[in-house]
Design a protein. Structure first.
Length: 130
């Protein structure tokens, strides 16, 4: 199935952005519909499972289906293909983050743009602290 993507260039090191992308504790800070997440392992890897709590208060299970360090991860939520997340280093202190969805979910890309803007703000604030 075809994937539609939105991307955002971020003036922060790829490692900082990647750490936010793969940290379930950070997901509510940048994910517009995520209120909480629990991962049953220490880090994301293919096959890792957990649950995510949505803004509607519903807790649903997830499984990581793709995970390549500092490059890409994807998941299935409640057994349904959800978002793909990508990262490309553009140079020292710069990267491009992306979120992709299956073609039928293309309207969700509006929220993905919000997520990327929030991700950028978080990365910039962590860069100042680091």
């Amino acid at each position: 199935m075809r994937t539609r993507w939105v991307t955002r260039d971020i003036e922060a090191p790829a490692r900082i952005v990647w750490d936010l992308l793969v940290d379930p504790e950070a997901w509510p800070n940048w994910g517009p519909i995520v209120c909480g997440a629990d991962l049953r392992s220490e880090r994301l890897h293919v096959g890792a499972r957990g649950s995510v709590r949505t803004v509607l208060g519903v807790r649903v299970p997830f499984e990581i289906t793709t995970c390549r360090d500092q490059e890409q991860w994807a998941w299935r939520v409640a057994g349904i293909r959800a978002t793909d997340h990508s990262l490309v280093e553009l140079g020292p202190g710069r990267c491009r983050a992306g979120i992709g969805v299956a073609w039928p979910a293309a309207p969700y890309l509006v929220l993905c743009r919000v997520a990327l803007a929030r991700l950028e703000r978080l990365a910039l604030s962590r860069q100042v602290v680091a």
